[in-house]
Design a protein around this ligand. Structure first.
Ligand SMILES: [Zn+2]
Ligand SMILES: [Zn+2]
Length: 232
């Protein structure tokens, strides 16, 4: 028994170390640069530590904990064929080899290329696609880690909450998708099932009160049967 306890404690320390070392540096996600590319990092712990010095006019930020969704519109021959390609919507395109030029119609996204000495052809090319919209959603890092590499402490907490079986462990990418696109109550229910310090049980009073909906809860109980595998 003592041996098992020692082993669990060792695994626990390893898992915690894998998640975050208290002494690990916090890398900046926001900083300013001047025109020479010198960097100034704000100090949020200091009063007045967030006003950049004079000349630092470039604000850089990065979001390591976001999922990006992109929607491309694939060009369709029907739309390109039906477009009158008005003069004011035609733009030159670049990057062609010497002697070749190209243009694009901003209205239908049709394009053409030709030899510089030739006239423009009648037909417009409808291949390709363009970015219609992109969206970002943030996610909780501790939930992603628990979904993909639950620590012994989290497994123990889940056990205490009545989940006897081991949880489904996700690939990191799948864990990110779940954590970033689930609704409020699904996030809380996942956090609860995976033994985090926050969250509430699916079907609890808080779950009903949240009243949110997403692709996880809309898929009905089947996905939750999998997520709540081993519930007593
Ligand atoms: Zn057009
Ligand atoms: Zn949901």
């Amino acid at each position: 028994m003592k041996r098992i306890a020692q082993r669990v404690s060792f695994q626990f320390r390893l898992a915690q170390a894998a998640k975050r070392d208290a002494k690990s540096p916090r890398l900046p996600t926001l900083w300013y640069e001047n025109k020479d590319g010198q960097r100034w990092v704000p100090d949020f712990d200091k009063e007045d530590g967030t006003n950049p010095p004079p000349g630092y006019h470039y604000q850089w930020s990065r979001n390591p904990l976001t999922l990006q969704d992109n929607c491309l519109k694939i060009n369709t021959p029907e739309e390109v064929a039906a477009c009158p390609h008005p003069e004011e919507d035609i733009r030159k395109t670049y990057g062609w080899i010497d002697g070749v030029e190209g243009r694009e119609c901003a209205r239908c996204k049709g394009s053409q290329t030709k030899n510089v000495s030739d006239p423009w052809p009648d037909k417009w090319d409808s291949s390709g696609s363009y970015n219609l919209m992109s969206g970002n959603s943030g996610y909780s890092a501790d939930l992603v880690l628990a979904l993909s590499r639950p620590s012994p402490a989290e497994l123990l907490k889940a056990f205490e909450r009545g989940y006897v079986g081991s949880p489904v462990v996700f690939e990191l990418a799948d864990a990110v998708i779940l954590a970033a696109s689930g609704c409020e109550r699904c996030m809380n229910a996942l956090a609860y099932r995976y033994g985090l310090d926050w969250g509430y049980a699916r079907g609890s009073k808080d779950w009903d009160a949240a009243g949110t909906t997403c692709f996880i809860c809309r898929r009905g109980p089947r996905i939750w049967e999998m997520l709540e595998r081993g519930k007593r």
